[in-house]
Design a protein around this ligand. Structure first.
Ligand SMILES: Cc1ncc(COP(=O)(O)O)c(C=O)c1O
Length: 430
């Protein structure tokens, strides 16, 4: 009998579980066992799915047939119209592919694409492991803390020019996980021009687009329509991560890539759940209720993000105020440098210490491709009862800001967690 390890492909054998998911499951198990841990690890919306979507899902529960592999035509049409309206690009139902999560679609795209992955770091956790699993080369561009961890055009130009031209896929995610930051339209235009000049394929990951805190999300596809695939889904903006539905929207010019993705889909997941697709039509067709929901969700996230960043900054932590989504990416290095005592070997050791001492769980920066020794970590500021917060913010007049009193009352677990981190940093200064 050969050794069990001989049965495993070495690439799969070397793959660890996604850090954010594994950590979150670990923390959840400890919470269920009664430990009072603040879970700022999982990138999951705390808000309930809009009621009309839940009703549509209930109504569609009997829809038991396989759906078309590319996705239900009515849903693809709704997605294309949504993208046209929101991003100001021309797309039709034929340009859209539906899958069981945008993560799965990204994996299929990386599978059919022959070339290198180009990605700025910090980057969302699954992008690079997928490429490694498929044996792709990865060109990581280390963004700088002083640039708010955003990709600067000069850095992209330099990285691309340093190698001979070859097929390359740039994955650009904004508003960003883990940064909570996004690009201005003029920055997107500059990045688009470089991508165009170097003939990159761009996967524009906009799963947090609708959670731009001011509702002003713009897409790089507007400036490089022929080379950009837009990625979106239900997971973040309507809080339905567990429903598992994602969409890729291709330009006409990339139809052969779309066809290849659909062929692989037909040989792997076959189709996306029919009831979920029916309910997703409600989200993408939109309506007043969905707009109202988004308005209130953005109000809470924006106020809590600002509070979290400011509070951490006041303790000497380097972080930017988020402009979208629900993350703050914090560099504890400057605050730790001022403190006495232990020297931390890296972000993983720091997060383990924070969990032990403060009972706040964070994801270490190393999980997002940052250097091991950098003392960075991601806070997902979502540990609160989103249904209650949504109900409470709904009665505050639109023009009135969501203040700290509201946050202390309705987002208390997250606020407490941030305070505990601050107290821990303070106690080390004395
Ligand atoms: C930046 C980013 N892209 C994609 C995904 C995957 O989303 P989905 O649930 O659509 O697979 C996530 C999930 O956390 C994410 O943060």
């Amino acid at each position: 009998m050969p050794k069990l390890s001989d049965f495993l492909d070495p690439r799969a054998a070397g793959l660890a579980r996604s850090s954010a998911l594994a950590l979150s499951e670990h923390v959840e198990a400890r919470r269920e066992a009664g430990e009072p841990i603040s879970k700022l690890t999982l990138g999951q919306s705390p808000f309930p799915v809009p009621e009309r979507m839940v009703a549509a899902l209930r109504d569609a529960a009997g829809a038991k047939d396989y759906a078309p592999t590319q996705g239900l035509p009515a849903l693809r049409k709704a997605v294309a119209e949504h993208v046209e309206k929101r991003l100001d690009i021309d797309r039709t139902a034929d340009d859209v592919v539906i899958g069981p999560g945008s993560k799965e679609l990204l994996f299929l795209l990386q599978l059919v694409f022959q070339g290198d992955l180009v990605v700025p770091t910090p980057t969302w956790g699954s992008c690079v492991p997928q490429a490694t699993l498929l044996g792709r080369r990865v060109l990581s561009i280390q963004a700088k803390p002083e640039d708010g961890f955003l990709l600067r055009p000069a850095m992209l130009e330099q990285a691309l020019a340093s190698e001979p031209p070859r097929p390359r896929l740039l994955v650009l995610n904004y508003p960003g996980n883990p940064t909570g930051l996004t690009y201005r339209p003029d920055e997107l235009r500059e990045l688009a021009q470089i991508a165009q000049r170097h003939e990159l394929l761009v996967l524009s990951d906009e799963v947090y687009g609708e959670l731009h805190h001011k509702g002003q999300h713009a897409s790089v596809a507007r400036y490089y329509p022929e080379g950009t695939i837009v990625s979106t889904g239900l997971s973040k903006w309507v809080g339905a991560g567990g429903w598992r539905l994602g969409c890729f929207v291709f330009p006409d010019q990339l139809r052969p890539i779309l066809e290849a993705v659909v062929s692989v889909a037909s040989e792997t997941f076959s189709s996306t759940s029919m009831p979920i697709q029916r309910a997703a039509i409600v989200a993408f067709e939109g309506g007043e209720d969905i707009e109202r929901y988004l308005f209130q969700v953005r109000r809470v996230l924006s106020a809590l993000g600002r509070f979290t960043a400011r509070r951490l900054q006041s303790y000497g932590v380097r972080c930017a105020q988020p402009t979208g989504g629900f993350y703050v990416f914090a560099d504890f290095g400057p605050a730790i440098a001022q403190s006495m005592g232990t020297v931390y070997e890296g972000s993983a050791a720091l997060c383990a210490r924070l969990l032990h001492d403060t009972r706040v769980a964070l994801v270490p920066g190393v999980a997002f491709g940052r250097p091991r020794e950098e003392l960075s970590a991601r806070l997902a500021y979502v540990d609160f009862d989103g249904a209650r917060a949504l109900a409470a913010v709904g009665v505050i007049p639109k023009e009135q800001p969501v203040d700290e009193t509201f946050l202390r009352r309705h987002c208390a677990p997250t606020v407490d967690a941030v305070e505990r981190l601050g107290q821990w940093l303070d106690s080390r200064r004395r």
